[in-house]
Design a protein around this ligand. Structure first.
Ligand code: HEC
Ligand code: HEC
Length: 172
């Protein structure tokens, strides 16, 4: 596939988020009422992006994070560690979003790269390919995707859970 087409399809992954962020900042929107100057984002610019587009704004990263949390049925602190030197207004430590100390954050980076690769290298090459896969395609609101059990009414004697062997992978 041509380089720019690859990038365009990869951009689909975050396009919805960027469109939502742009709409929120549109002139005449509720946020601009009573203020002539464009409002500064309440989210500071990211400093440690390794897989998301480096020019993402704080607002865009925040919306992606909300989507990931919802797709995995989890919260920010699954992937982001507390900073004990930085207590919040309630006295509890705030999260250090730029820190890389949690293994779950590293796993999420790998998962994002995998998801993008599946879309660009495979899904986009299917004729009339429409919807890219997302974290939710597999996770469906859970940290660990649940095994898919074939329902009993399709000719098998009992519900069966597919294993990698059934999916065509060679037995170890
Ligand atoms: C499933 C894991 C996961 C969850 C849940 C998650 N994040 Fe993240 N977050 C990441 C990863 C991975 C990155 C780094 C992305 C990169 O390297 O491009 C990141 C980056 C960030 C950054 C940018 C930090 C910087 O300065 O570079 C912010 C801010 C952030 N997350 C906020 C949040 C918030 C707020 C929530 C909850 C609503 C949240 N995250 C939930 C994995 C997660
Ligand atoms: C093609 C299916 C698929 C997609 C798409 C996918 N994941 Fe996963 N993910 C998995 C599987 C399978 C595991 C391993 C689950 C286990 O160990 O029980 C996993 C594990 C993880 C884990 C580690 C969970 C743990 O308990 O240690 C994180 C974090 C994660 N995924 C985040 C993401 C994020 C964020 C996205 C989207 C950017 C994503 N995943 C997209 C299939 C997927």
């Amino acid at each position: 596939m041509h380089g720019s087409a690859r990038r365009a399809f990869a951009a689909l992954l975050t396009a919805g988020v960027i469109a939502a962020a742009t709409a929120a900042q549109a002139p005449g929107g509720p946020q601009s009422t009573g203020s002539a100057a464009p409002q500064a984002s309440r989210y500071s610019a990211p400093t440690n992006l390794k897989v998301l587009p480096k020019d993402s704004t704080g607002q865009q990263v925040h919306e992606i994070m909300e989507l990931w949390s919802a797709a995995l049925g989890t919260h920010c602190d699954s992937c982001h560690a507390e900073d004990s030197n930085n207590p919040g207004p309630n006295g509890r430590p705030q999260l250090d979003f730029a820190a890389d100390s949690k293994g779950m954050k590293a796993a999420a980076r790998m998962m994002y790269t995998m998801t993008e690769k599946i879309n660009v290298d495979y899904v986009a090459k299917i004729d009339s390919s429409g919807a890219p896969i997302t974290c939710g395609t597999c996770h469906r609101g859970h940290l660990g995707p649940e095994p898919f059990a074939i329902p009993p009414n399709v000719g098998l004697s009992a519900p069966r859970v597919l294993t990698p062997t059934h999916e065509g992978q060679l037995p170890q």
